[in-house]
Ligand binder design. Sequence first.
Ligand code: 4NP
Length: 157
Amino acid sequence: MTRILMVCLGNICRSPMADGLLRRKVIENNLDVFVDSAGTANYHVGKQADERMRQTAKANHTNIDELRARQFTASDFSLFDKIYAMDKENYDNIIRLAKNPSDKLKVDLLLNELSPGENRAVPDPYYGTEKDFQEVYHLLDHATDVVLSKIKNGTIR
Ligand code: 4NP
């Protein structure tokens, strides 16, 4: 089984959307993949995803109502094969907790799947508008499509 973790700052906007999209897609494709998400900060631990992100998800046939925020911990390195950060700050916070080079190799920016080597960020929509949540949804939909095809062709294992 492939195990994939999506990580942002609060685990209430970007990573739950990425998590929910990839969960739906792996189920639709009958793939043996475990998907989860976490935040590098602890501000929102135990909370549901942001109402605006949940509405955006629903409008796009994806339900993330069951997800609850949790904080990323160093033990996630042994629980997951691939760890995707939404932006450079999250990436740095994750890398800081790595114990060895093999931990570090598991981590990448999610949008590097969409535009390799460009180190683009999924912008934080928390203080943004409806349009920002839409933009985040579209970026994550495209990026999780690439992750899905890589799982299918065995590039991500
Ligand atoms: P997320 O968005 O990292 O995509 O979940 C944020 C959620 C909350 C905060 C910042 C970003 N916050 O500062 O509380």
